[in-house]
Design a protein around this ligand. Structure first.
Ligand code: HEC
Ligand code: HEC
Length: 245
């Protein structure tokens, strides 16, 4: 019969915690500190304390160190409903443009090491196919190589082009599928909508597996904009988010 006292102890602890929480809330209202850490507390429960992503790498993506314009644009897409994800649409619904920009800048600034995800168990043949599409595309279906836009190091470019390094295979394939189902979309012709819809379904698994198992470069930061020397194809309309990093 130890269950009851334990429960009572727990309840007492909960009451103490609640009282402490209320006192802390009052104190913080009085002092009204408004740090970025407090503002992003609503985000870090899913995205990790500094935006390193959920521990499984799939549930909530990493935000830390992604190009600022890219992050801002995705927040705008969630707000306008172009990118659909109910919890994300909900958390950004009330936020002002200035606030969205500050949040994007905050996470873009976080400089944390990347995690390596366990390589998915696929055959060597699938990995070879993945590598081929990433490096050379699929000319028969007019799929450009991933490196032609994401950069030869696959680390992306400031301010708008995200990298494909440090992402889990589950996250990458989920995103490619969401462009095909239009849960991730944008107005007019948009880059990844075109790319993902031209891809073979089996190639989605292959590129996701190869990208996640490929050894990343030592410097995983997005490259500066001026390093982007390959012009984007005409149908790849980049966002018009007002970003001047
Ligand atoms: C309930 C969990 C949850 C909370 C809370 C949350 N997010 Fe997210 N967020 C997600 C998930 C899941 C995705 C991926 C959605 C998808 O697959 O399209 C995401 C995606 C994003 C992306 C796009 C990342 C990329 O690489 O494309 C950004 C930016 C983002 N969240 C920022 C925020 C910010 C800022 C907050 C706080 C204001 C926040 N999130 C709160 C779960 C959450
Ligand atoms: C024509 C240029 C272009 C090509 C080619 C391209 N991408 Fe992209 N990619 C983009 C742009 C621009 C974005 C920014 C997001 C958007 O469009 O919503 C992006 C975003 C992504 C993202 C989202 C990253 C994140 O953090 O959520 C993934 C994953 C991705 N691309 C995978 C690929 C793969 C795999 C290939 C090769 C098969 C590829 N891309 C080829 C332009 C391109």
């Amino acid at each position: 019969m130890t269950g009851l006292p334990t429960l009572r102890t727990l309840l007492r602890a909960a009451v103490v915690l609640l009282a402490f929480g209320a006192a802390a809330a009052t104190a913080s209202e009085a002092a009204a500190p408004d740090t970025m850490e407090q503002r992003v507390a609503a985000c870090t429960s899913c995205h990790g304390a500094r935006g390193e992503g959920s521990p499984d790498g799939v549930l909530a993506p990493r935000l830390a160190g992604k190009p600022v314009g890219y992050l801002l644009q995705q927040l705008e897409y969630f707000q306008s409903g172009q990118r659909r994800h109910a919890p994300m649409e909900y958390v950004v619904r009330q936020l002002s443009p200035a606030y969205l920009r500050q949040i994007a800048e905050y996470f873009a600034r976080q400089d944390l090491p990347y995690r390596r995800w366990p390589a998915p168990t696929v055959s060597a043949e699938v990995l070879r196919r993945g590598e081929q599409v990433v490096l050379h595309g699929d000319p028969g279906r007019a799929v450009p190589s991933c490196v032609s836009c994401h950069g030869d190091k696959l680390t992306g470019f400031e301010p708008m082009m995200p990298g494909l390094v440090g992402l889990s295979s589950g996250y990458i394939s989920n995103q490619l599928v969401s462009w095909r189902t239009h849960t991730r979309a944008a107005e007019g012709p948009y880059c990844m909508g075109v790319v993902a819809n031209r891809m073979r379904e089996s190639d989605i698994a292959a590129v996701s597996a190869w990208l996640a198992s490929h050894a990343p470069p030592a410097d995983m930061h997005p490259q500066p904009a001026m390093a982007q020397t390959t012009p984007l194809p005409g149908w790849c309309v980049m966002g018009h988010s007002e970003v001047n990093p």
